[in-house]
Design a protein around this ligand. Structure first.
Ligand SMILES: [Zn+2]
Ligand SMILES: [Zn+2]
Ligand SMILES: [Zn+2]
Length: 297
């Protein structure tokens, strides 16, 4: 009986000291006891107010509430508030065009700034040709040969026809590099092959000299390989005449298949670094040429 009394007294002492210690206590035999065990043992709670904890984008929050300063038990409130989730900003977006890539900008959370999606490039669409003209942007791409007739001084069509194709390419000179070039290739009824060149797509290359021919080196690349040729723009002229000896080679290339490339350099421009580069598709040249000359395709 005396032993039970001792245990009872010890237990009461233990409880009295336990509720003044907020985390750990010591039992009569010297072992430490976790705070939660105190609650089980009947803690006289000391409530402490806890402020509301706002949720972040990724971490949940908590309503305000109270907990016991001694045993840590939640006494009221402390309901979990779910994480808010990121608030993505509207990404900057530029649509791709026929010739330039687009992009979708980086997407960040407007609240925490975290990068949610990396910037991405939208690939170039490329022209969609139909009758030589892009159906999307309207640019003339070339690739279709058309037969026309030269006009006389009264602007009336003559008997003299020409088959022509417009092409796009690029040019460089002392002022610019790889700028826009438009070119036109003509094969006509008099047996001439001529080239018109338009720098920046609109400024026609002319020979402003009143007396001197402007000579050119015209290199053609076709399925048959490269061929170095020569031509000239007459004084006051607006087109390059390919020297007659090379005409059959160009006709043969155009009556074949695939792409025919032309690289044109004014002879004097080996100093000024002027060069023109463009290509045409053989496409329907053979049909048109055969139709106009009666020659077998
Ligand atoms: Zn408590
Ligand atoms: Zn966020
Ligand atoms: Zn286009």
């Amino acid at each position: 009986m005396k032993r039970y009394f001792c245990v009872f007294v010890l237990l009461m002492l233990f409880l009295l000291t336990a509720c003044k210690d907020d985390s750990l206590s010591v039992t009569s035999d010297g072992e430490s006891v976790a705070a939660s065990d105190l609650a089980a043992a009947g803690c006289v709670h000391e409530p402490v107010n806890d402020p509301r904890v706002e949720p972040t984008c990724t971490e949940p929050g908590q309503t305000e509430g109270t907990h016991c300063a001694l045993c840590g038990e939640v006494l009221s409130g402390h309901t979990e508030i779910p994480a808010a989730g990121h608030m993505p900003e509207t990404a900057e977006r530029q649509e791709p065009t026929c010739t330039a890539p687009g992009f979708v900008g980086e997407v960040r959370c407007t609240v925490c700034g975290e990068v949610l999606e990396e910037e991405q490039t939208l690939p170039v669409l490329g022209h969609t040709t139909e009758n030589g003209r892009c159906t999307r942007c309207g640019q003339y791409i070339g690739g279709v040969w058309e037969t026309r007739y030269y006009v006389d001084q009264f602007d009336q069509p003559t008997e003299d026809w020409y088959i022509s194709c417009r092409a796009v390419g690029k040019f460089s000179n002392s002022a610019t590099v790889d700028d826009e070039l438009e070119a036109q290739v003509l094969a006509d009824s008099t047996g001439d092959i001529t080239f018109f060149l338009y720098e920046y797509g609109s400024y026609q290359v002319k020979n402003h000299s009143s007396g001197d021919w402007q000579e050119y080196v015209v290199t053609m690349r076709s399925a048959a390989g490269d061929l170095r040729m020569t031509g000239a723009m007459y004084a006051g002229g607006d087109r390059i005449f390919l020297d007659a000896v090379y005409v059959p080679s160009v006709l043969e290339a155009l009556r074949g298949e695939g792409t025919v490339m032309f690289h044109i350099v004014p002879v004097e421009a080996y100093v000024t670094e002027t060069e023109y580069l463009f290509s045409v598709e053989a496409s329907n040249f053979a049909d048109e040429y055969g139709r106009m000359t009666g020659a077998d395709v």
